[in-house]
Design a protein around this ligand. Structure first.
Ligand code: ATP
Length: 432
């Protein structure tokens, strides 16, 4: 894998319309990011791939889409109100605030003075709000800090309405919000981000075997994102660092430009969440086996994927520099199924109506076939190739004077830069 610098990725993302700082025109809002035309296409491709792999292609998985705002009891029962905190320290000199476990607390990283920090205090990361016009204790709600609880709270609804065979999983994609003390490293640590989470419900005797299957499924996912196997590292989280209810957690780490950091997590959460719901709601979460066996409260394996970190990993793995005809080139070697634009179509010259007409015909045909096809007639052909390479477009199709004679076009490959002639009749089949 190439080893791009973070600033290469940040600047390409902004320059080419993938990801912009949130509220940019007003000077920004720390920890928020906006996706531009190419970024949203990439993001949707990643989300769709995930949905296909983990929901559509399987018989044991079902989707869910819960509300972001939930009854405050959800977060009391789950423990988030009391314990979803990070340790916060404040410098007595410059009043800078930092996450104590992420800095060397003997010296302030902002003003540089020594011994200015007192004892850390627990800072709750949930964004609090009130639902409705009356702001009192009863109307408190939170922007969800994870999508998982929206799945647990619907477990009974799904069992009552669908009664799936055990084991089965529920999958959800959506926004999550955390008031991170120090958002940093591009989208890696944001205050508003997107999660793709699965709660996989199993009989307690089966958790170990099912956990192993999920380890494999996670690797298959990383592979489908085009991440080299050697850049993925399993970190078996030691008991002292695990949540108290988790019997086993693996953090899947990736070699980001900022170092080896968590890409996603896989945790065995026992029956902690469903038992909490039983305790606070007074409703049974037991599953009645179809073979007449004893009802039981299922245990849960949770693969939790962060979309922003997946995108940052995809961009890191794809960012490539090489030399073409003695000139340096930077391009995104994205897997074809993730590329925001699949094909760019160009007439060789934009002031020759017969070329433009023919190129428009080819463009319409390919657009019908692939959707994400772009028209590019700016600048000379070399410049068009570079521009498309930079955003990861796998193919450029050029219509020239020969096309008018023999109905063939030039197809230029992003990675090899090779060009070949293909007839229009065979074109769509050659580009899949
Ligand atoms: P970290 O230790 O990096 O703060 P975490 O262990 O708190 O992460 P989880 O609660 O396990 O993270 O969340 C599951 C996934 O959600 C993470 O693996 C990550 O991909 C994503 N995620 C968590 N926090 C953020 C954030 N602030 N910005 C972007 N993605 C995040």
């Amino acid at each position: 894998m190439n080893n791009p610098k973070l600033e290469d990725i940040v600047s390409l993302s902004k320059r080419r319309g993938f990801i912009f700082p949130g509220s940019d025109v007003y000077g920004g809002l720390s920890g928020t990011w906006d996706y531009g035309p190419l970024g949203v296409a990439l993001k949707r491709n990643v989300m769709q791939l995930w949905w296909k792999m983990f929901v559509e292609d399987r018989d044991d998985m079902f989707g869910i889409d819960a509300a972001i705002l939930m009854n405050q009891k959800v977060w009391q029962a789950s423990g988030h109100v009391d314990t979803f905190t990070d340790p916060l320290v404040e410098c007595s000199n410059c009043h800078g605030r930092f996450r104590a476990d992420k800095i060397d607390t003997s010296k302030c990283p902002s003003c540089g003075l020594k011994d200015t920090f007192g004892e850390p205090r627990a800072f709750n990361m949930m964004f609090k709000t009130n639902v409705g016009p009356v702001a009192d204790e009863n109307s408190i709600s939170y922007l969800r800090p994870e999508t998982a609880q929206g799945i647990f709270t619907n477990f009974k609804n799904v069992v009552d309405s669908l009664y799936p065979d055990m084991p089965f999983g529920l999958a959800q994609q959506g926004k999550a919000f955390r008031n991170e003390i120090s958002p940093r490293d591009f989208v890696f640590r944001s205050r508003e981000f997107e999660q793709m989470e699965i709660e996989y419900f199993v009989h307690p005797d089966q958790w170990e075997a099912e956990f192993e299957k999920w380890v494999k499924a996670v690797h298959a996912w990383c592979d489908a994102l085009g991440l080299p196997a050697e850049s993925i590292h399993e970190l078996e989280v030691p008991e002292s660092d695990r949540a108290h209810y988790s019997k086993r957690t693996i953090d899947f780490e990736f070699d980001f430009p900022i170092g080896r950091e968590e890409l996603l997590g896989l945790a065995y959460r026992t029956d902690f969440d469903l038992k909490n719901i039983e305790r606070v709601s007074g409703k049974s979460m037991a599953y009645r086996p179809k073979d007449g066996g004893e009802p039981f409260v299922p245990h849960v394996i949770e693969p939790s994927f962060g979309l922003e970190r997946a995108i940052m990993a995809v961009l890191t793995a794809a960012y490539t520099e090489d030399e073409v005809n003695g000139e340096k080139r930077a391009y995104l070697k994205l897997p074809k199924h993730l590329a925001p634009v699949k094909v760019a179509v160009s007439p060789l010259l934009k002031n020759k109506p017969e070329l433009v007409d023919k190129a428009r015909e080819v463009y319409s045909m390919l657009k019908k076939e692939f959707g994400a096809v772009t028209w590019d007639d700016n600048g000379n052909i070399g410049k068009r190739y570079r521009r498309q390479d930079e955003i990861g477009t796998p193919y450029c199709v050029v219509i020239d004077f020969d096309t008018l004679e023999d109905n063939s076009v030039t197809v230029r490959d992003r990675d090899s830069t090779e060009q070949k002639r293909v007839t229009i009749a065979e074109l769509a089949g050659q580009l899949v």
